[in-house]
Write a protein that binds this ligand. Structure first.
Ligand code: HSE
Length: 446
């Protein structure tokens, strides 16, 4: 069957921030979208488990049972924007089984179950499009899958959680309280249903899983991503980092090395002069280091109704165009779901965090007496850890009175296992008080 000028019919499952935004956008920009697609894209059925009076569903069939949308023969493309991984997995699987194409913003679903979902989509000759799953309105999926298809990608580093970046920016620039800013992010529709996903790095790990598969042609491997959140960052570390010429950002980093692939999400010192260091608020940015193109940087709003709906609707246009141009079941117009042909994915090992190589910021609280620094540098030297910079700060009044002094060290790149061992020995010194604070540092140069 060929699609002509007749409308492409869309069913939306979930009318939260993203679904509501997509519904509105399809209406507001209907004529522009039809001009691009070659036919109208209309919402024919919405599945929503509770009333959403803020969404204008006039003229649209509304069901409480989301599976009624999945079964509806008047739906060509199913938009899954309900979130979660249980019912959503069932919805997407059944939609593909029913012969529908799927557009989803669900990064958790794809990171955790994407391998099976894409295999099913391939078997059924249906599309699963997911631009909205990573970096909101920034079209980074298309960039990796299509725009950079000629390149060997060496690393992808991104600020890929808008909520976390918004919190860090507000804390640093306005001295605001962590939880107060988090509440604001929730009210603005940036935060995940469980905001721990944002602040503990899980959301960024989901997104990094997807980016890494697209960049390196590997299966989705969420469980192998190392994730550390921003909840333990202190204002003191942010200030010391700034004094040394760095910004602390919550970074997702996927890097190809000779040993394997690093997949990690954690607070990271980045040189203040890098463009990505100046990405603030809910904005996201993804830096791609590729050969031969070199570094390229993609920037925009990472969360919220408008940006995410922009990505969902772009996927709808993409799928609708392909449906009009080829018989249903003919596959994804030659563009595989994970950028590489399914039978060409490879199993490059994912490194454990202790195999990762990175530089470090260390903060120690020490008894202020001669020889302590020599003891510390002696330990670092035994582990072949070179020091890049040292900063000894005057202690706050209470620490000063107690004869304690903070010492900040920046190291050169070292294997994390060696750093762990060195930190263990440093913490065992009687003149070192408290745990050593360690934050990884990346220069992000090509
Ligand atoms: N909670 C996510 C974020 C939403 O803040 O980035 C967009 O994926």
């Amino acid at each position: 069957m060929q699609y002509g000028q007749q409308p492409i019919r869309v069913g939306i499952v979930g009318l939260g921030t993203v679904g509501g935004g997509a519904l509105r956008l399809l209406k507001d920009n209907a004529s522009e979208i039809a001009r691009r697609t070659g036919c109208p894209i209309v919402v024919s059925h919405v599945g929503v488990r509770r009333d959403r009076p803020e969404c204008d569903t006039s003229g649209i069939r509304v069901s409480r049972d989301v599976f009624a949308v999945v079964r509806d023969p008047d739906v060509d493309i199913l938009v899954e924007v309900m979130g979660g991984t249980t019912t959503a997995r069932e919805v997407v699987t059944q939609a593909l089984e029913q012969g529908k194409h799927v557009v989803t913003a669900n990064k958790a679903l794809l990171a955790e179950h994407g391998n099976e979902i894409f295999a099913l989509a391939e078997a059924k000759g249906r599309f699963v499009a997911f631009e909205a799953a990573v970096a909101g309105g920034v079209p980074i999926i298309k960039v990796l899958r299509e725009g950079l298809a000629a390149n060997r990608i060496n690393a992808v580093a991104g600020i890929i959680n808008g909520t976390g970046n918004f919190i860090l920016s507000e804390m640093r620039q306005k001295g605001r309280d962590f939880y107060e800013v988090l509440k604001e992010a929730q009210a603005m529709g940036y935060a995940e249903a469980d905001p721990a996903f944002d602040v503990e790095g899980i959301d960024a790990a989901h997104k990094l899983t997807i980016l890494a598969s697209l960049a390196f042609g590997i299966p989705l491997q969420f469980k192998k991503v190392y994730a550390e959140g921003i909840t333990r960052l202190t204002a003191a570390d942010v200030a010391y980092a700034a004094e040394l010429g760095y910004q602390i950002k919550h970074l997702g980093l996927a890097r190809r090395t000779e040993l394997g692939i690093e997949l990690r999400v954690h607070p990271t010192l980045i040189p203040a002069e890098r463009l990505i260091s100046n990405v603030h608020g809910v904005k996201n940015a993804v830096l791609v280091l590729a050969d031969p193109v070199g570094p390229t940087l993609y920037y925009g709003s990472g969360a919220g109704a408008g940006p995410t709906a922009s990505a969902v609707v772009a996927d709808l246009v993409d799928v609708a165009r392909a449906m009009r141009n080829q018989p249903v079941g003919a596959g994804r117009a030659g563009v595989p779901h994970l950028a590489f042909q399914p039978d060409a994915l490879d199993n490059t090992p994912i490194l454990n965090i202790d195999q990762v190589h990175t530089a470090y910021y260390l903060r120690l609280l020490a008894n202020d007496r001669p020889g302590v620094l020599a003891d510390v540098t002696g330990i670092l030297s035994r582990y072949s850890i070179s020091i890049e910079a040292i900063l000894q700060k005057p202690a706050h009044a209470a620490d000063h009175a107690a004869g304690k002094a903070p010492i900040i060290l920046l190291t050169k790149v070292v294997c994390e296992a060696a750093m762990n061992a060195a930190i263990g020995e440093i913490e065992a010194l009687t003149d070192i008080l408290d745990h050593v604070v360690r934050i990884r540092l990346e220069t992000l140069d090509a």
